[in-house]
Design a protein around this ligand. Sequence first.
Ligand SMILES: CC(C)(COP(=O)(O)OP(=O)(O)OC[C@H]1O[C@@H](n2cnc3c(N)ncnc32)[C@H](O)[C@@H]1OP(=O)(O)O)[C@@H](O)C(=O)NCCC(=O)NCCS
Length: 191
Amino acid sequence: MASDSVILVTPRTILRPMKLSDILSVSRAANSAAVAQYMRNRFPSPYTEADAEKWIKGLLAKERPCGFAIADPKTDEVIGGIGIELGKDVDFRSAEFGYWLGEDYWGKGIMSEVGKAFAEWVLKNIRVTSEYEAGKEFTLTRLFASVLDGNDGSRRVLEKSGFVLEGIMKRGAYKHGKVMDQWIYAITQED
Ligand SMILES: CC(C)(COP(=O)(O)OP(=O)(O)OC[C@H]1O[C@@H](n2cnc3c(N)ncnc32)[C@H](O)[C@@H]1OP(=O)(O)O)[C@@H](O)C(=O)NCCC(=O)NCCS
């Protein structure tokens, strides 16, 4: 059921833009305290249909959405999300990498295959511009991810996707009443 808008096909998933008809499947997959545990606080928990609608509408309103659905190729149902957030100013060739998968799909190697494929796709295909260098387009030079202490599965996904541990931001994050370290992983490419 893959459509023309599919950006990537992995052995068990397709990656494609989110659409409004995904509201139900996004809220179903995302509505889990276990999924939200190591995400940013802006990832809601509980995750309602209204939250999914807001998120998807926000993506669709962007000129070039950088967030995508991870979907089941047979049913087109969303099983997770993946995307990048572009940096600004001198960080404009740098982007933060983020992802989540519905709990039913954990532990099957799915994010390892998706993470690696998507990182390669982003570094090859995404072009960025700087407001300080008019008329020029650039590739990204750096993708990075910040993993909260305890999220060992995510650290492993990043390692298997070619990211390298650069350091630990000690006591950099606060979530659920707890101060936590953040593990910084990155993958870089030449011009
Ligand atoms: C983190 C997450 C994406 C992992 O996805 P996944 O598809 O289950 O991961 P995989 O099955 O590809 O496993 C990747 C590796 O991590 C290991 N792993 C997975 N979960 C683990 C856990 N809880 N603890 C330790 N290792 C774990 C696997 O054994 C595998 O390593 P291996 O190949 O060396 O055996 C998924 O658990 C998730 O969506 N979590 C909630 C959202 C989140 O935390 N996102 C990342 C924010 S930085």
